[in-house]
Design a protein around this ligand. Structure first.
Ligand code: THU
Length: 150
């Protein structure tokens, strides 16, 4: 399915109104415990609900070559695509203390690509839509072409 196709705001709202944020954050904390972060000692975990109801997760994976570290969100998006694609409708990202963590700028772009404007993120300031997490985002629409099939 191409980015943005095959779903509606109504469908997103239906899914997100049912989000159990505590349970989603618990999944993020659980996977944070598996992070490979020996250099920063800052483990990150993230969990996302897909529009078909499944949950995908990721943790950060660092490297002795510091610059090639993979953020937790990269792992989550990889699982999303590798397990059938779909749209992220709700995401919880946590840092070392298990509290909500704002994704870095690059990862906000990843969430935009795979969740779009209606995807919700649990932030330190509460649940926010991606339109507030990444205002005036650059995305597939700017290219006037659909993203590659997922
Ligand atoms: N990190 C993430 O995994 N996601 C983010 O959105 C922010 C930063 C990781 C990268 C690195 O392994 C560690 O946190 C410290 O920057």
């Amino acid at each position: 399915m191409a980015a943005g196709e095959g779903h509606s705001a109504e469908q997103d709202a239906r899914h997100t109104s049912e989000v159990d944020w505590d349970a989603l954050r618990a999944r993020a904390v659980e996977v944070m415990g598996k992070a490979y972060a020996p250099y920063s000692r800052f483990p990150v975990g993230v969990a996302g609900i897909v529009d078909d109801g499944r949950v995908v997760v990721g943790c950060n994976v660092e490297n002795a070559a510091y610059g090639v570290a993979l953020c937790a969100e990269c792992g989550m998006v990889s699982e999303l695509v590798a397990t059938g694609g779909g749209r992220l409708v709700a995401v919880s990202c946590v840092g070392r203390d298990g509290e909500p963590l704002m994704p870095c700028g690059r990862c906000r772009q990843l969430l935009w690509e795979h969740g779009g404007p209606t995807c919700l993120l649990l932030t330190p300031e509460g649940v926010l839509p991606m339109t507030e997490v990444l205002p005036q985002a650059f995305g597939p629409d700017n290219l006037s072409i659909a993203a590659p099939p997922t």
